[in-house]
Design a protein around this ligand. Structure first.
Ligand code: AMP
Ligand code: MG
Length: 407
């Protein structure tokens, strides 16, 4: 049976980044820039005040002090957004708002809080530094400078930067189209009435939510009973429409597990079936051309952990995101944990920071592959290596934060 690391490597080897497409900046969050972005003008575009205050020529208040205040008559008020050119006269000051274009000859702006006003006269009790409270044209970027490099993940400040630069659309790698297929005669919708032996389908909802957490809404969600023709029809339909098919259930060794046979009939090339991991042993991965097919096990925890550890890296690679090192960490184990040798185990756990800033981790109750409650309570997975059987309280263990974790 394949090791987890080898399985992930095989998946990523078959996964290609998708082509770049024109994307509106408003819809670009979480996507990746396929080109570098240069400024078409200096940023800031003009000299302005960084505070609400009084523009001065500086030499006018060079000798200002508490004992010898300098009094300058007001020349007027400067509002943000006003374009009219104006020159500050010698011996005068002008009231100016944050972001307003500086009057010519201004050398500094004194904060409003430090100036007393009396009948159209401003009183200064401190000298000003050259350039104080002034934002200079081009102080952040010159015209033609590279502001964002190719491969940048579009975050809220990147969106803000693009808007600042006047971009309404950019080129970003395409988001994969994904179909979800859940299989099982026993599955009913959450609102339906259940007969004996039936359960509520949770995988189609949980997996759609996991996709949503990486910025993808499924193109297609199909529910199929364990009937070979119907399973076949669903995969055939999905394969026509999407880049990635993710199914849950029907991929193990049961008499009604048709997923592997059906995919074989549909000319999907099996890359692997079964990984030495827990949860998630009967994982299937295959390709048809550039299309990827993940046959996840049906147990809800297996399906979600497999999605997180195997499917998500592939989806992110397609979108141009390679690293998620930030999710990998280590923590001190709060109690002994045991398992059998032979499979890597992803133990659902809660990592928390102790008062001295140290990260500690403890397994949650409910480690069964069907116990979604355990995964819902967890914020990370302890990575329990394949051949070890015991990790002791006090050991430092590798953990992987769950990407959807908000705790
Ligand atoms: P399977 O992989 O089809 O053998 O399913 C393994 C276990 O997961 C069985 O107990 C199924 O009833 C359960 N299961 C399969 N699909 C779902 C689903 N969509 N929602 C909740 N449980 C499921
Ligand atoms: Mg089944």
């Amino acid at each position: 049976m394949l090791d987890f690391d080898e399985a992930l490597e095989k998946i990523l080897k078959h996964t290609k980044r998708l082509p770049a497409v024109k994307t509106s900046v408003a819809e670009s969050l979480g996507r990746v820039l396929s080109t570098e972005i240069k400024t078409r003008e200096p940023i800031p575009r003009f000299d302005s005040s960084s505070v609400d205050g009084f523009a001065i020529r500086r030499e006018d208040i060079n000798d200002a002090s508490k004992e010898h205040p300098v009094r300058l008559p007001l020349q007027g008020t400067r509002q943000a957004g006003t374009s009219r050119p104006v020159s500050l006269k010698p011996g005068r000051t002008m009231k100016i708002m944050t972001g307003a274009l500086l009057p010519k000859n201004t050398r500094a702006v004194v904060m409003k809080e430090h100036v007393a006003i009396d009948g159209g006269i401003a009183e200064f009790t401190l000298p000003a530094r050259e350039g104080e409270n002034v934002r200079r044209k081009g102080e952040e970027f010159n015209r033609g400078e590279i502001v964002l490099s190719r491969g940048t993940i579009i975050t809220p400040p990147v969106v803000g930067m693009l808007a600042t630069l006047g971009f309404t659309s950019i080129k970003a790698y395409r988001v994969p189209r994904v179909a979800l297929i859940v299989t099982g005669n026993e599955l009913r919708t959450p609102s339906g009435t259940l007969r004996a032996g039936e359960i509520r389908d949770s995988n189609s909802y949980a997996l759609a939510a996991a996709l949503c957490a990486v910025g993808i809404s499924p193109t297609l969600v199909l529910h199929v009973p364990d009937r070979r023709e119907q399973v076949s029809k669903a995969f055939a339909r999905a394969l026509k429409k999407v880049d990635v098919v993710v199914s849950a259930g029907g991929v193990s060794v049961g008499d009604y597990d048709f997923v592997k046979e059906v995919l074989n009939d549909l000319r999907v090339k099996t890359v692997f079936w079964r990984i030495a991991m827990k949860p998630g042993k009967p994982n299937y991965f295959g390709t048809r051309g550039a299309r990827l097919v993940f046959g996840l096990p049906g147990n809800p925890v297996s399906a979600l952990v497999s999605f997180e550890m195997l499917v998500m890296p592939a989806l992110r690679k397609m979108m141009g995101i390679h690293s998620f090192e930030i999710l990998n960490s280590s923590a001190t184990l709060e109690s002994d944990v045991r398992k059998r040798a032979g499979r890597i185990e992803f133990v659902r756990a809660i990592a928390s920071r102790s008062s001295d800033g140290h990260l500690t981790v403890r397994p949650v109750e409910g480690q069964g592959s069907h116990m979604v409650g355990g995964l819902a309570a967890a914020n990370c997975l302890i990575i329990f290596p394949k051949e070890s059987e015991l990790i002791n309280k006090g050991d430092v263990v590798a953990i992987r934060m769950l990407s959807w974790n908000q705790k």
